[in-house]
Design a binder for this molecule. Sequence first.
Ligand code: ANZ
Length: 737
Amino acid sequence: MATHCAEYDFLSIEAYWQAFWAKEGTFQVPSSSSKPKYYILDMFPYPSGAGLHAGHCENYTGSDILDRYMRAKGYNVLHPMGWDAFGLPAEQYAVKTGTHPALTTASNINTFRGQIQRLGVAIDWSREVNTTDPNYYRWTQWIFLQLFKHGLAYVDERAVWWCPALGTVLANEEVVNGVSEVGGFPVERKALRQWVLRITAYADRLLAGLDGVEWPESTKTQQRNWIGRSEGAQVFFDVEGISDKLEIYTTRPDTLFGVTYMVLAPEHPFVARITTQEQRAAVDAYVLQVANKSDLDRTELNKQKSGVFTGAYAINPVNGARVPIWIADYVLMSYGTGAIMAVPGQDERDWEFAETYNLPIVRTVQPTEGWTGKAFPEDGPAINSGFLDGLHITEAKTKIIAWLIEKNLGKGTVQYRLRDWLFSRQRYWGEPFPILWVEQAAYEAARAANGAVAALMAKDPVIYKEIGVQYYALPVPASALPLELPKVDSYKAAGTGESPLANNTAWLNVWLNIATGETVSRDEARPVGDEWFPARRETNTMPQWAGSCWYYLRYCDPHNANAVIDPAVEKYWGVPDFYMGGSEHAVLHLLYARFWHQFLYDIGVVTTPEPFKRLFHQGIILGEDGEKMSKSRGNVINPDVYFEKYGADTLRLFEMFLGPLEDMKPWNSSSVEGVSRFLRRLWALVIDKDGNIGPKIHSGAESTAETRRLLHETIKKVSGDIERLRYNTAISQMMIL
Ligand code: ANZ
């Protein structure tokens, strides 16, 4: 009896095997085995309403080939999948329609899962995770509590986009051309209480760790630049008329003799103190004008420089020169000390500013011959610089820093571009913070009670002040997790800048037992006993980055109700051996996840300091027109159409054959036909017209020496190509064979 269809009937072949894999649990892997392990991770998708796109297919096919290859070589391969499912679109849809974001999300996930199964990826579906599942985010909350306990989480007033007309805080992507994307209403900056994570405490380790990972060089460079370690000096300048010294940060202390003016950020605390009577009106007007600009707008290189003289003067410590102090928006309060010494001779921004306002320019580095630019930022011998003359930059820096230290006027310092991580959103659809706000008496009582609450308290209190009252953050004990998202009547924000969680007052206001951490709604009577205090829940939620910081650990032990991951399981799987996803995550996701992983390493949850050993970015697939795929352009490829018309194997092979996996490349529907023809020919070679494995396959012994040579060449080339992810050349070799 024939066992196969004579024709390449991809629909029934794929349906048969996909059902078989599901029924047999073919790709389910145990967390202990005598086989060596290999862990393949894909960046998990946000389950959008649009379903799978061509880029997802490229990513998961690319990793799936390596997966099946490693299985064939005898590895115990873990290749899981899950959903990064908190996020804005489901919430926006909820505001519009009243549909709970969990419903929208569940339906989108079903679509995604079905499509990935249809693509035939060897996923162990018994390990699926979903960041919005309380059994998952319970551990996201747990990790936050550990960060809190270790003093790595604090609150601060930070500016967000606020839209008075909508009564809500907007994300950057919801502000388009200075107005709200929805409705086109004006927006303004508003300071709100926010959670911030002290990622800067890990800056040096985040830099050092990059040296030991096998990542694309460009991604490592982006992370290094983002962390932005710079070595320089702090220098103190006397200011006429006040006793405090002005502290600046510079990477070029060697240019000190070339300082012709100083600049303060408009928000600098000295501004109000030093501005003269004559200059006050101009300074106030300028400060007001800058208040609504973002740092990004302010530091744009090509923009026209603007500023105002304060009327005050500083004294240059090296030569006693009187230099005017200006304010200008190109100096940011958030970097260094918020004040600079300006050296137009060597710094381009300073040169432009000096030209605009007719300030003197002194060169302190001899430009190379034929230099036609304005400021000379490069290396050369010092000139016009007293005891530094003739020295090159590095020597001049060493010498001037020694001089500053000797005179007690400054010292060498290190600065980072990296800022602490703004870790809260005023949204509904995110992980609630396991935090309660109480007054001082309750905080002190909690400490004294030394119970489950005190166990997670940080050494120093996290405090914020509101209308004269000081509030203290207390942790919800780990045993009370998950702290689930409460039901709300409306997904619209509270109107005050707080998230919609503030709308559910029965949830919001509780009686807290400061020893056990138990809570009872303040709609009920106060329970009997001295340990009950009024508390208010945190209404911020965590950003979408939170759940994706540690998901790769959860796949190893997805159903563990007692820990993030069991130590024995962690020991077996370790971290992913191979991580594949888009380069748009080069900085934020990959940096945040490394930060959390290094922290989890410090507290003993994981045994390796870095999460992702080997990283690969697939290139973007453009539309057939060579433009980025987008709904509005109408050039989006829907994989479902290809599954039906050509089959998943053709789609997979085609995407891998489009070009080098890491390259950006346009879709090309005419070559789909070619690939489909190749698979049909392959089928015909193996299966005869009666549907049996054909004679051509059994005739190995009769094959010529030439064919055998080609076969072995192909085996060698394809193996090597797969290990280096050069799938397009592996496929062309198979076509040759
Ligand atoms: C004098 C100077 C001369 C500078 C020169 C540069 C070149 P990085 O390398 O990014 O650390 N700066 C310091 N604080 C600033 C702030 N809050 N806002 C804007 N600019 C600030 O950059 C450090 C340099 O950026 C510092 O060194 C300072 O200008 C400026 F030929 O001081 B420099």
